[in-house]
Design a protein around this ligand. Structure first.
Ligand code: DGT
Length: 181
């Protein structure tokens, strides 16, 4: 049994799909407190901040702790979760017909080990259909996701090329964690 220190339904779904027993306790780390706009640095600092908050709250005596963060970078820009419809639209349009990368960092700490992993999955997307974009935004599925993209959903038909794990792009590089569980 592990503690998933995350509010993310996607991360919970990933753990369930790999039959990993967990309890979910998300935190309240303020990612707006992070000053850097360097995507990799931001992702690591967000993960570290989440870890420190939840490690001091729960420790690892009763079970290991897993936290993670994901950001998207496109044309050198840092894309976090969309704040509103306009934000989501501009993020999605930026990535249409473009190269984009999802960076996911995770920290896993048990009594035996501490794993810190930063992984990147890069996509080459075809142009997104305008009507598709409209429907996707209207569905609300673009919210709560880094860069407002959903690689296993909206983006899937538009993937021209991908390098990296889909799990990394969804927010938790589970294949890199499994060997340590
Ligand atoms: N279903 C899905 N979710 C994605 C995808 N890309 C990113 N995400 C989700 C995973 C995370 O829930 C979210 C990234 O935001 P954060 O890393 O800040 O996590 P979140 O605020 O959701 O939860 P947490 O901070 O861990 O409590 O985006 C994707 O392609 N598909």
């Amino acid at each position: 049994m592990i503690r998933l220190g995350s509010n993310s339904p996607t991360r919970a779904k990933i753990l369930r799909s790999f039959n990993i027993d967990f309890i979910q306790n998300g935190g309240n780390f303020d990612e707006d407190s992070i000053r850097t706009t360097n995507p990799k640095e931001f992702c690591f600092m967000a993960t570290k901040g989440k870890f420190e908050e939840l490690y001091s709250k729960y420790g690892i005596e009763d079970m290991p702790l897993l936290v993670a963060d994901s950001v998207v970078t496109c044309e050198g820009k840092l894309l976090r979760k969309a704040k509103d419809f306009d934000d989501a639209k501009s993020m999605i349009e930026l990535q249409s017909g473009n190269k984009t990368s999802v960076i996911s960092c995770m920290i896993f700490k048990s009594k035996e080990l501490e794993l810190i992993d930063i992984s990147i999955t890069s996509y080459d997307f075809m142009e997104f259909d305008k009507k598709d974009i409209e429907n996707y935004i209207k569905s609300g599925e673009c919210f709560g996701k880094a860069g407002a993209i959903m690689v296993e959903g909206f983006c899937k038909p538009y993937i021209k090329n991908v390098i990296g794990l889909e799990s990394t792009a969804m927010g938790l590089s589970i294949e890199k964690l499994i060997p340590f569980l």
